[in-house]
Design a protein around this ligand. Sequence first.
Ligand SMILES: [Cu+2]
Length: 361
Amino acid sequence: MHISTLILAFTAAIGLTTGSPVLQQRNSDQCYWASPRKEWRMLTNQEKLNYINAVKCIQNKPSSMKSKFPYSTSRYEDFIMLHKSETPRIHFVGHFLPWHRAFLANFEKVLQTECNYSGMIPYWDQSRDTANFLNAPVFHTTYGFGGNGAEEGGDPNIPGSTGGGCITSGPFKNLRIHIAHAGVDAPNIDRCLKRAIAPPLAQAWQTAKKESQVLASPNYETLAVVLEGDVIFPDVMVKLGMHNSGHSTVGGDMFDMYISPGDPLFYLHHANIDRIWASWQDLSSSNLYAIGNPIAPRQNSMLSWPNPPAGNVTPKFELYSLKVPGTTTQAVVGNVLNTRGRGVGVPGAPGVKGVLCYQYV
Ligand SMILES: [Cu+2]
């Protein structure tokens, strides 16, 4: 076959030819072109401002979850409350990764539908900044999220941390957060956003080597624990993990397991964790829909989920409080296992289809 014939056949097959029968036969709910989620420094300055402005936009929109979260004062705080209220049920569990993937997808959808944002959530690969961590592009005062907290000698719980006070620069320096640190029903407070940046921790944990160790995990059960991190494990590699350590490198609000989505960097860090999971999923067809590990938290002592369900997470497992954007259906794990799986049935889970259509670039 001549090369141009091949190209023609190919464009027809993927539905690029206008009006091609192939295109018409397709279910428009499927994921033909996965939207790119880019690393922060890959965005143009204008794209960076568009994202920052979209986040500021939802910070200035009233809560639409007041009946559920009376202490939420904005659309942005709805997400802090959603995360805070679910914290005991979504960390150190088999569904940690899919819950946070769905949470980010919902946040992204709200930016797009309620604030006319046309991009995607960016990710922050901290390993690109370890040589000069305090000057990472994400900390830029105009084209970033501002820098460290005021110098208070760092956080005594985070080795090598600096700052610790309210952030003093950038678009979020005047942000007020009204969600209390502890207690799901704790009344409103009025406070700033804090950071206690810890460059040595980033140098030790946020590295390409750590990422490749995570990607070498033989199954989901290992991958999920190594990526999240868990203090109950003696192996230091597992203990902190790229997820937990990435919260600790920023410190302040990001160091608080309950209300860390108060720092906009939460979403960029979690997109990076999601990227690493997606990279692992892409390594083999059996990885793509792999899921497991217990529903109950591994650390019952520090989290209060009384009588958690027994058994392991499956594609049918419900993601508490998260609905698929644009539907009234409760999301299940299977909806979000494949980032490019919109409209595609999930193996082993009749009736469950993917809802996502993005990829990391
Ligand atoms: Cu979380």
